[in-house]
Design a protein around this ligand. Structure first.
Ligand code: AMP
Length: 385
């Protein structure tokens, strides 16, 4: 293997059970050489039989895009892994033992970790370069015990690794630093409330670059209302549904993960469509929007209390970056807490990181694009040197 050079890209892979997202990124410059997604892996009628075939399909598409991986040798492959459990608090170079530990965490993330393991196995066979796992939970390994501990018996929690882990950590960490850069202030000085609002949604409280609270928990189901996930419900709902509706645990799990949230309330999970329906005067859509925003305010208020006030409130991911109505609704009525949004700045369609609060606001409100692939590429490159 030749010595890596600074313009050699990192291949970033995000393997789901039936999809493989890929991006070829130069970590230093952020240049994206190519990217895409291979879908319907292993599905009936699909010509992509498994994740190894998906990597072949990716190579073919890269070729079509003018990228020959043999001629542009990879520096490393960075893998997004959802659950690092109690084991992993930072990125790690993958060897057989690490792969086994990731596999063993599948009980905590049955929808995600098995797919990541399959993706890693296939990629290790295809590419003889260092492979790095970057965990979605890692940034939240710094949560204080008071925040990460569920009030359930301690021996049971210890036996089954039950605690708040948090997810979307790569995004929250990236955005925390990008916000400090935008404001031209040291990360170490800032108290930040970060709202990652995409298909999945999560909030975090970050003090001096370290996460002290987040809305997701043992699984990515806790917290904010999401596209198809309920977020917080009364934990008693499970027993109630089992008794009253005769549902099994798997049915309840599917209900709360796949058929709830904005979809369950309005019939659509895409936020653009939801906003169109709100504008058209549909009541179910309006209620879904209001529930979504109400939960967000609940968490913003909570995190102001946790942090003892905030310097900046940040919106990121698909909805956070693009939905001016959501940002306006979250800030509405929070002037007493130092949070206001300038209507003109909020409405600008800029795709750049930017401030949307008036000059001199006690809490700066900002819109900061996330970039999980670049974050994974950088963490991967840092580790392999
Ligand atoms: P992400 O997971 O970050 O890709 O975000 C996906 C979510 O962002 C989906 O619910 C999209 O409907 C939503 N989204 C993307 N663009 C817009 C937009 N212009 N206005 C409102 N929501 C948007």
């Amino acid at each position: 293997m030749t010595e890596p050079t600074r313009d050699q890209p990192v291949l970033v892979l995000n393997a789901g059970s039936s999809s493989l997202k890929y991006q070829l990124v130069v970590p230093e410059s952020g240049e994206v050489r190519a990217g895409g997604i291979v879908e319907r892996i292993g599905e009936a009628g699909s010509d992509v039989a498994d994740h190894s075939a998906a990597l072949q399909a990716m190579t073919t598409r890269l070729h079509a895009d003018g990228v020959d991986l043999d001629e542009v040798p990879l520096r490393a492959v960075g893998h997004r892994v959802v659950h690092g459990g109690p084991d992993f608090s930072e990125p790690v170079i993958i060897d057989d033992a690490v792969l086994e530990r990731i596999r063993a965490l599948s009980a905590l993330a049955p929808l995600h970790n098995p797919a990541a393991v399959i993706g890693i196995e296939a990629a290790r066979q295809h590419y003889d370069v260092p492979h790095v796992a970057v965990f979605d939970t890692a940034f939240f390994s710094t949560l204080p015990d008071a925040a990460s501990t569920y009030a359930v018996p301690r021996d049971l929690a210890a036996k089954h690794s039950i605690r708040r882990y948090g997810f979307h950590g790569t995004s929250h960490q990236f955005v925390a630093q990008a916000t400090a850069d935008l404001l031209g202030r040291p990360l170490a000085e800032l108290r930040q409330v970060i709202l990652h609002l995409g298909n999945g949604c999560s909030a975090s409280a970050v003090r001096g670059g370290r996460a002290v609270e987040t809305s997701m928990g043992l699984t990515p189901l806790q917290g904010l209302v999401m596209g198809t996930r309920s977020g917080d419900v009364d934990p008693g709902l499970h027993a109630y549904l089992a008794r009253e509706a005769g549902m099994t645990l798997d049915e309840i799990d599917t209900l709360l993960n796949k058929r709830s949230g904005v979809l369950g309330l309005s019939g659509v999970n895409d936020f653009r469509e939801l906003v169109q329906r709100v504008d058209a005067g549909e009541q179910d859509a309006s209620l879904a929007f209001d529930v979504f925003v109400h939960r967000l305010k609940h968490y913003v208020g909570a995190y102001l209390a946790i942090l003892g006030g905030a310097d900046v409130l940040v919106f990121t991911a698909g909805i956070g970056q693009h939905s001016a109505p959501v940002r306006a609704a979250v800030a509405d009525g929070l002037g007493e807490l130092g949070i206001t949004v300038d209507a003109h700045l909020n409405a600008s369609g800029s795709s750049q990181a930017r401030v949307i609060s008036p000059d001199g606001s006690r809490v700066v409100v900002a819109v900061v694009p996330t970039n999980e692939e670049l974050a994974i590429a950088r963490q991967t490159a840092d580790l392999v040197g």
